[in-house]
Design a protein around this ligand. Sequence first.
Ligand SMILES: [Ca+2]
Ligand SMILES: [Ca+2]
Length: 97
Amino acid sequence: MALSFVFSNGVSDYKRCPVPFSRDQLRDIFLKHDGDGDGRLSRLELKSAFESLGSNWSRFRARQSLKAADADGDGYVTLDELDRLLDYAVRCEYAII
Ligand SMILES: [Ca+2]
Ligand SMILES: [Ca+2]
């Protein structure tokens, strides 16, 4: 039986299940989702970040990660809170360390 060398594009698989990233990769991904470039991540920006990480519950993740990372309670994850956000993501097994 011939092996098939035709691969599906893999994108759907990638989206379906979270792929482990390194902490540095996660940091890059979160920073890239600062859509308005104000140096902090709003809940919507977090949601799109978790979407791109393959989360099926991105809205839930955004809310939970904000709760976990937003130390001063201003509703945004700023750069000095980013480490806490990464801690959360790692806890949710989006990262291998
Ligand atoms: Ca922002
Ligand atoms: Ca904050």
